[in-house]
Ligand binder design. Structure first.
Ligand code: FE2
Length: 202
């Protein structure tokens, strides 16, 4: 049985950028529903004892397993998203993020600057048609920004995810209505967890 992983912070910890009300629905209802659906779909099958990552890899290219892939990937993507965020700093503490030197060197050589990375990330988020995810991934030894539609996931394409932002409407509509760009900008500037990126980068 898969269970909803604990949120790594309090539900109000991302305010004022993401409200506790949004997390009540997004984490408490949407994420929970993907877990519940996955448990029903894999019950009694050989996938029941696999990790989410293995289920994603095994079902990604099999049209007969689309429902399992979608729910496993969404369960994984949401857990990854919660870890991609960290509690908001108070405005007086706002400062440049601490990024591990090796990762920062690669960011600068790939994008030119952290601001350029943010701009590319935001452009990908705004141009993702409909539901999906924007990722910072490691493709071999290279860094890149990638967007995926619906439940799709970097592991299904052989990329290693470092950070993600959920750009499904349910992620931002209560707080930002149709302003996806503002939601993404707020996360990039105030909530992104670069320590998590560094752990994934190693
Ligand atoms: Fe979501």
């Amino acid at each position: 049985m898969f269970t909803l992983p604990l949120l790594p912070y309090d539900r109000a910890a991302l305010e004022p950028y993401i409200s506790a009300r949004t997390l009540d629905f997004h984490y408490g209802k949407h994420h929970q529903a993907y877990i519940d659906n996955l448990n029903k779909l894999v019950a009694g099958t050989e996938l029941e004892k696999e990790t989410l990552e293995n289920i994603i890899k095994k079902t990604a290219s099999d049209p007969a397993q689309t429902a399992i892939f979608n729910n496993a990937a969404q369960a994984y993507n949401h857990a990854f998203f919660w870890n991609s965020l960290r509690p908001a700093e108070t405005p007086t503490e706002a400062s440049l993020p601490e990024i591990a030197p090796k990762l920062l060197v690669l960011i600068n050589s790939t994008f030119g600057s952290l601001d350029n990375l943010y701009a590319d990330f935001k452009a990908a988020a705004v141009s993702q048609f409909g539901s999906g995810w924007v990722w910072l991934v490691k493709d071999g030894e290279a860094l890149k920004i990638a967007k995926t539609a619906n439940a799709d996931n970097p592991w299904a394409r052989g990329w290693k995810p470092l950070l993600t932002i959920d750009v499904w409407e349910h992620a931002y509509y209560l707080d930002y209505q149709n302003r996806r760009a503002d939601f993404v900008e707020a996360i990039l500037r105030h909530l992104l967890n670069w320590q998590f990126a560094e752990i994934n980068f190693r």
